[in-house]
Design a protein around this ligand. Structure first.
Ligand code: SF4
Ligand code: MG
Length: 321
């Protein structure tokens, strides 16, 4: 296996100001020192409750949000060292699919214009070639060329997400960062879009980072899964390991929150209680300690580091040190 993307000690701190004179009052550590890699051709799921920093992480990988610190290495190239023109060129190789397809599609543009745009931006093909590519891509995502002259509002939510996916694929990227791509869709449509993403991955040898708040959705599609809590990566391993043998109490709680068909099994499951602490004022030590059933004295003062507990299985928790 070959590594496509490597993320090294990535941080995003947003300054907070307030009060009468708008003085700086500290930082919100939206992403606080995370490291991981993604292999070529695999799907890495990135999961956590809202505000855990998963979307910020996704956007930082493409430098749609500038990292405060850290490196993003794509095919051996440090993206954080590129100037904006070089970075724009790199975005041909990495594209995003967003949660709300309607919000990310220009309502006054036809589907043809929407899909043609990334080709124009990156100077790919002449007019005729671009039109042909648009029509081919519509077929690839399960629409057809007669949809080309229509506008986004003329499509259903699932079809709009297909358009969003088609647009992301126009430049033949290697990496797709999908930020909750099915969260806004009806359950019946979700699996269609997930199946499409899986088919496209095989057909075009794509690598995915799949961001979601729900472990149930991610299990289906991911080879490995990383779990985030308050800006940190608390566990990362293969999908099978994570679901069969989760190590971190937060992961266990999240798994307990995945709906299961048999309610009689429910009593054994750990459920997540308590609110997510404010990222502006996170707990000391282990950020999860205010909600953790296994909290020990050390957890309140010392921050656990992400460590390899068994081969390929990393967790940040004092229970394993
Ligand atoms: Fe719970 Fe302590 Fe592990 Fe944090 S470090 S998850 S508080 S046991
Ligand atoms: Mg989000």
């Amino acid at each position: 296996t070959e590594v496509l993307l490597e993320v090294n000690q990535l941080k995003k701190y947003f300054p907070v100001s307030g009060g009468l004179f708008g003085r700086k009052q500290g930082d919100v550590k939206a992403v606080d020192d995370i490291s991981f890699f993604v292999n070529k051709g695999e799907t890495l799921g990135l999961v956590g409750e809202s505000g855990c920093g998963k979307s910020t992480t996704g956007r930082m990988l493409m430098r749609l949000i500038e990292p405060t610190e850290g490196k993003v290495v794509f095919e051996g190239k440090d993206l954080t060292a590129l100037n904006s023109a070089e970075m724009r060129k790199m975005r041909k190789e990495m594209q995003m699919v967003f949660q709300d397809p309607f919000a990310s599609l220009n309502p006054r543009h036809t589907v043809e214009q929407i899909l043609e745009e990334p080709l124009i931006v990156h100077g790919i093909g002449n007019k005729e070639e671009r039109k042909r590519r648009v029509r081919e891509m519509l077929e690839v995502v399960g629409l057809s060329s007669y949809h080309a002259k229509r506008y986004p509002h003329q499509f259903s939510g699932g079809q709009r997400q297909r358009i969003g996916i088609a647009r992301a694929l126009m430049t033949k990227p290697k990496l797709i960062i999908a930020d909750e791509p099915v969260s806004a869709l009806d359950v019946s449509i979700q699996s269609q879009v997930l199946n499409l993403l899986e088919d496209l991955q095989k057909e075009f040898q794509l690598t995915y980072i799949f961001i979601a708040h729900d472990l149930g959705v991610v299990k289906h599609i991911s080879d490995r899964v990383g779990v985030m809590y308050l800006g940190r990566l608390v566990e990362i391993t293969t999908s099978d390991q994570l679901y069969d043998k989760p190590l971190h109490p937060y992961t266990k709680a999240l798994l307990g929150a995945v709906p299961i068909p048999d309610p009689t099994l429910k009593k054994d499951r750990e459920l997540l209680t308590g609110d997510i602490p404010s990222p502006q004022n996170p707990p000391t030590g282990c950020a999860f300690h205010t909600r953790c059933k296994e909290c020990m004295e050390i957890c309140k003062t010392e921050r656990p580091q992400l460590k390899e507990i068994e081969p390929g299985h990393f967790a940040a928790c004092h229970l394993y040190s």
